[in-house]
Design a protein around this ligand. Sequence first.
Ligand code: HEM
Length: 511
Amino acid sequence: DFPGIDREDMIEEMEHFLVDNTGTNSVPIVAAVSPCSNYAGFASDPTNRGEQTSAQWVRFAFHDFVTGNVAAGTGGLDASLGFESDRPENHGLFVNDTLEFLAPTQSAYLSMADQIALGVLVSVAQCGGNAKAIPLRVGRIDASAAGPSGVPTPFTAIEPTLAQFAQAGMSQSDTIGLVYDLSFFLSPNADFASACGHSLGRVHAVNFPDIVGDSPITSTNLDGGVSFDSTPAALDPTGMNEYLTGTGKAGGPLVTSSNVSARSDFRLFNSDSNATITTLAANTGQICSGLFEKMLNTVPSTVSLSDPITAMPWKVVDFNMHISSGGSVRIEGLIRALWTDTAPPNQISYTLVSSSGNGSTHLSDAASGTGSGLFGSTTYYHFVIATDSPGTTGMTFEGFTYNFSDEIFILPSQSTVKSGANTIEIKAAVLTSTLNGGTMTGTLYVPETQEGTLAKKINIVTVPMTVLSTNGDYTLFDGLASVSGVSSVIAKVAVGDTGSKTVKTTLFAQD
Ligand code: HEM
């Protein structure tokens, strides 16, 4: 994690991306794979391209992860693939389409690799799988350079293919006898992997003319996509059944290609006389979920992943603090309710938590926004209230507690983002007693473009802060920084070891 960024904020950001799919406060990631056949990439004439974003995202995760080395603790899901898009083994639009789509939402809270994991999960969900079957964790760290090559290609022989999967932690030694044993689900092997992946998407003639020829390219299939099975927009056993029975697509181009050396799926499935593929066809959902989870959680040994993200029934978002010239503090934000069956009330009663123990109870504004998504419906309520300051430490409602500190805090509505000038001005307040003659420093976490990949890197910019005024018990500071871009920037201030909550600069006044 980046220094100064709390795990809790990373978890809440991922929860937000997972839950807020449409409507108020929504993130467009699930929409990109809705329906599963959708193409949200950047090639011209997208509707006739013969491409599918869900399949691209799953393939991205596979190519990124499979060059990992579990024994050495290196590689895995770290977005290094972005630096490797020129390699023949990574041929196709999928690398850069994926990164270009996800770069704007990358931040110090969520790395590109975390977003790739999310992308696989929501693709599974939108392609007929169960979003809840894959626990999603955060904390992946993006690579800053290319990793080793070694993604198996259709022309790679079976032994080195299995060896590469084994190096990345996908055991080849699981046997049919273990099918109903838990260890089987935890160590899926290479043929399961490709059967799950190849339930979605296509081999494209523009990438692999030596496998499918040029004839698939038409005015409505510009990249000449040839699907693996009859249902390329469903994660299902159709492809395995078609392979086993020789019907429909009969396993797809990597089984049937007239170029025999390109029949990598045939070699894999046949390496144990079709025993595992037969089992998999009967247990697709469960086994593919387990496999994808393992793939997403293969990370360098330096990474410690969070516990699985759970959807939060109640949450505070867009939390803001204000101060008057006399030093009284107001808090403002949105309460989010997440629900499935019973709609929440039209106003939410909340109680402030104060160190004096005298919490006061208030009502939010009436419900003012709604949305929906994989985990249910959302309802948003605005609240704003003067607090007893200093000494108010949080608010509780519906059994949920949101903590904050009125010791040191950013003042978003008095801070400004100037997108034309690429400057960010931070204003913030600190208790004069905490300041104790010291000074305040600001930090901006700025996603920046970098050489060699479309993924962003987070540049940590230190912002010198100067005293602006004294407001009651507080001293206000002000600092200005030039940044390379203002999108998805996060801000924080600190006095010595005492740091504020981090704040998204989208809450700042936009100029
Ligand atoms: C020996 C192993 C594998 C080989 C040789 C292989 C090869 C290929 C090839 C040649 C394509 C066509 C790409 C294009 O033209 O756009 C493809 C597509 C795909 N692969 Fe694999 N693959 C393997 C394993 C996997 C695994 C383990 C997964 C996921 C778990 C996976 C997921 C996908 C997906 C989703 C697509 C469709 C991409 C799209 O439609 O854009 N593959 N694969």
